[in-house]
Write a protein that binds this ligand. Structure first.
Ligand code: MN
Length: 252
């Protein structure tokens, strides 16, 4: 089995090394990831600049491909150029910081997995809650257990899974929950400052909004110390509204 491991925190981030190790015995693992951190770049791609690829030692003897581009570029390039054959699985992570709620839409980690799914390859995004000493190895092992259970189901549909792991320093997770993506996001604010030349600049600040009581979402379940698994799709059509909008009888 061939596996592509990628991320958005950059090829030298500890999370990608943990993820590569956690799936290494499943088959041939190829690491293709951005040379520079690319968190929150979403599904952007590089259209007007050249993309260079460097061989990057990963610190455990393995060598990866460091790409001067976005996470989605990495997956496109891996599947169409760098890997001799198309992978059977794409794993993106382990990302430092949860990708739950509407943050899923900003995430380069998730975008890389979505890109894999565009090509019909089963793809998984893996993230762990932000903390000073995130247990990437622990999160990668948990992700591997979920991947094993998915692979054991036989014929591999091009499924797209978003996995989030709570901070493991607070103890083992209470379990795993399959739950929908929350509509909660960053409760944003801006810090307005002056630079040394007296010019104004802004810095985004804020915290993740808590989920409403009684809603079983990825945000709520992760806060409740569960590993969350959310199947995603990238058809953004609001199917429930199609007939309503058709009923407007739009004309030119
Ligand atoms: Mn990231």
């Amino acid at each position: 089995m061939r596996i592509l491991v990628t991320n958005d925190d950059g090829i030298l981030a500890p999370g990608i090394l943990a993820m590569r190790r956690a799936v290494a015995d499943l088959g041939d693992v190829t690491v293709v990831a951005p040379v520079a951190p690319q968190s929150a770049v979403g599904h952007s791609i590089t259209l007007t600049d050249p993309i260079r690829v460097h061989r990057v030692p990963l610190g455990d003897g393995a060598v990866g491909h460091g790409v001067q581009g976005r996470p989605a570029d990495c997956v496109k390039l891996a599947l169409l150029e760098l890997m001799p054959e198309r992978p059977d699985l794409v794993v993106s992570g382990v990302n430092l910081g949860a990708n739950t709620g509407i943050n899923v839409l900003y995430s380069g980690t998730v975008a890389a997995a979505v890109e894999g799914a565009f090509f019909g390859v089963p793809s998984v995004a893996v993230s762990i809650e932000d903390s000073d000493a995130a247990d990437f190895e622990g999160a990668a092992r948990i992700a591997r257990r979920i991947i094993d259970q998915f692979l054991a189901r036989g014929p591999r549909e091009p499924i797209l899974l978003n996995i989030n792991v709570p901070d493991l320093a607070k103890g083992p997770p209470k379990g795993v929950r399959v739950c929908p993506q929350s509509m909660k996001g960053w409760r944003e604010g801006w810090e307005k400052r002056s630079d040394p030349r007296g010019r104004t600049y802004y810095w985004m600040i804020g915290n993740m909004e808590p989920e409403e009581v009684g809603v079983e979402s990825d945000v709520a379940s992760l806060a409740g110390r569960y590993v969350t698994v959310t199947p995603l799709r990238f058809d953004l059509t609001d199917h429930a509204r199609m007939s309503e909008v058709r009923g407007w009888n739009l004309s030119l």
